[in-house]
Design a protein around this ligand. Structure first.
Ligand code: MN
Length: 134
């Protein structure tokens, strides 16, 4: 058994190069080793979101507060309430963040994953994601 205390997890503002709006992140690297699992707890303020990105491995998002807006390129966005989970497959171009009406916190489990970042989700794209959701 190995215990990872939250108090020991490095935390701070998310990198503004890859995020729009305010987000704070704490991470536990090496939560598992074979396969390598890194965990990120991210709180997004309303309307905050990641840039478009892909992961080389699987990413699991566990929504633990608020509603997570997530969009795969070429598809409508979805809002996922706390308690829900999202599996993002390797190579899927996507973004995730808060809805406009409240903050959102998710845990991200990145499994044998590196992240490639692309352009930010513009205000127009973000507004359009609301119109497109079911
Ligand atoms: Mn992702």
């Amino acid at each position: 058994m190995k215990i990872f205390h939250a108090s020991a997890a490095p935390s701070g503002p998310a990198d503004p190069v890859h995020f729009t709006g305010e987000a704070t992140m704490a991470h536990i690297d090496g939560l598992a080793e074979r396969p390598l699992v890194n965990m990120y707890r991210v709180t997004f303020e309303p309307s905050a979101r990641t840039a478009w990105h892909t992961h080389s491995g699987v990413q699991l998002l566990l929504v633990i507060g608020g509603r997570c807006r997530v969009q795969k390129a070429g598809e409508p966005a979805h809002d996922v309430a706390a308690g829900g989970a999202i599996r993002i497959e390797p190579g899927e171009r996507h973004w995730h963040g808060a809805t406009p009406d409240g903050p959102m916190t998710h845990l991200a489990l990145n499994i044998e994953t590196t992240t490639e970042w692309f352009e930010k989700v513009s205000d127009g794209e973000y507004a359009g994601s609301a119109a497109a959701k079911e």
